[in-house]
Design a protein around this ligand. Structure first.
Ligand SMILES: Cc1cc2nc3c(=O)[nH]c(=O)nc-3n(C[C@H](O)[C@H](O)[C@H](O)COP(=O)(O)OP(=O)(O)OC[C@H]3O[C@@H](n4cnc5c(N)ncnc54)[C@H](O)[C@@H]3O)c2cc1C
Length: 387
């Protein structure tokens, strides 16, 4: 039986506990969604998952309600990601991207922008967050894509890469250089519908844990001035504010993968007979399992601490979110590696759950700020230098 004791922690309210129980029952009935590994099969599975999650009402917390705009509840986002990740990595991805892709609209959008949220919260439209470029991933303030003022609007020219949901999204939140100042202070954010002329998929990217991903080309993409989210030159601040909310949820997804690996391992070492006794009887195996459980609990404490701090009204949770993401993703990698080890040959067998967890976890230590970048962020916060 999976450990559910964390639900009693004081970081969570009764409504979170009720949400987790309902979602757990839904996941047990509906997940995982089986799919092949081709781009078309993964796209179809992702579309299906967005529709299913939308029908179930599970996408509502991903964005503010335009009719009743209360702040995003980060604990609900984290609990949902943790639970979905435990059942199906692609389901977690489908949920997470509806939030990340619309985060700028939830936090800084006009009423006109927010009309999209009615659709994304129902699963009727798919969203994406387009920040990274071929020459600026970690060094995002150095981005090259331009948005040039042209009459009553802007013309976007350049490339974005590693864009999750690229190819299946209906709308993109795109960051481009408007030139108010050099570096971070000369970037703005735009809402660009996928069918805008000049926007195309230049390349579909395949990764070790398949999900929709693309390099996008913007060849003179014309948008009205009203497409800008926030004010000119505020794009970098907007991107960082969005990541401030969603970074702890990456930790939550890692936590879900790690919990699944631990659960699978506990079952395996109980059942597997070696040297005339259950594998669990070996003390060195007990040591591994204990360290896995310790990593899981420590990650959970950091994730829900960050989420609770944000929900309690903190303007920024840069340090807490960076710690949660760094620790939960790095330790989940270690937990899953131990799970693979304790499963022996089955652990590396294609299609085995721990084999897929081993592939799922890796990218989480790279995107939304690589582990090394999180260390820099934490150190700067400690020195009082901001992020
Ligand atoms: C599966 C996946 C999904 C993604 N989804 C999206 C998305 O939806 N939208 C989007 O905009 N981007 C997305 N990304 C891009 C992601 O955010 C970048 O890959 C990430 O920021 C790293 O940038 P890079 O790949 O250019 O690596 P680089 O910037 O070249 O960095 C390479 C490595 O250098 C090290 N490093 C970098 N900076 C520092 C530093 N300051 N100190 C010490 N070491 C450092 C780190 O180890 C880092 O991994 C995704 C990436 C992946 C892999």
């Amino acid at each position: 039986m999976p450990d559910r004791s964390f639900l009693d922690w004081p970081f969570l309210d009764d409504r979170h506990r009720a949400h987790a129980e309902r979602l757990e029952a839904w996941c047990a009935k509906n997940l995982p969604v089986g799919h092949g590994h081709t781009t078309e099969e993964v796209d179809a599975a992702c579309r299906r998952l967005v529709a299913m999650l939308g029908e179930g009402g599970w996408l509502m917390p991903t964005a503010v309600d335009p009719a009743d705009p209360r702040p995003l509840d980060v604990r609900t986002l984290c609990l949902t990601r943790e639970t979905l990740a435990r059942h199906d990595g692609l389901a977690d991805f489908a949920f997470a991207m509806q939030g990340l892709g619309t985060g700028a609209i939830s936090l800084f959008g006009t009423d006109e922008h927010k009309e999209w949220l009615t659709q994304t919260r129902r699963g009727a439209a798919i969203s994406a967050f387009a920040l990274s470029e071929p020459r600026s991933g970690s060094d995002v303030a150095n981005m090259e894509m331009t948005a040039a003022r042209d009459g009553g609007g802007y013309v976007l020219t350049g490339e974005k890469t590693w864009i999750s949901n690229g190819g299946i999204a209906d709308l993109y939140c795109v960051f481009a250089r408007t030139g108010e100042a050099p570096g971070a202070k000369g970037i703005s954010c735009f809402l660009v519908p996928a069918d805008t002329p000049g926007l195309s998929v230049a390349e579909r990217l395949e990764v070790i844990a398949p999900h929709p991903l693309a390099r996008l080309s913007f060849d003179g993409v014309r948008v009205p001035a009203s497409a800008m989210i926030g004010r000119p030159g505020e794009g970098f601040r907007i991107a960082m504010s969005v990541l401030d909310v969603f970074r702890s949820t990456v930790g939550a997804a890692a936590l879900g993968f790690a919990r699944r690996a631990l659960d699978e391992t506990v079952a395996r070492v109980r059942d597997r007979q070696l040297f005339g006794a259950p594998l669990f009887d070996l003390q060195m195996v007990q040591g591994h399992v204990a360290e896995m459980a310790l990593d899981v609990d420590a990650s959970a404490l950091l994730v829900y601490r960050a989420a609770w701090t944000k929900d309690s009204g903190a303007a920024r949770v840069t340090r807490e979110a960076a710690m949660a993401k760094l620790h939960a993703t790095d330790r989940a990698q270690e937990v899953i590696d131990r799970a693979v080890q304790l499963h022996g040959g089955d652990g590396v067998r294609r299609g085995h759950i721990v084999e897929s967890l081993y592939r799922e976890i890796r990218a989480l230590r790279i995107y939304e700020g690589a582990s090394d970048v999180q260390k820099v962020v934490i150190a700067r916060q400690l020195m009082g230098g901001g992020s």
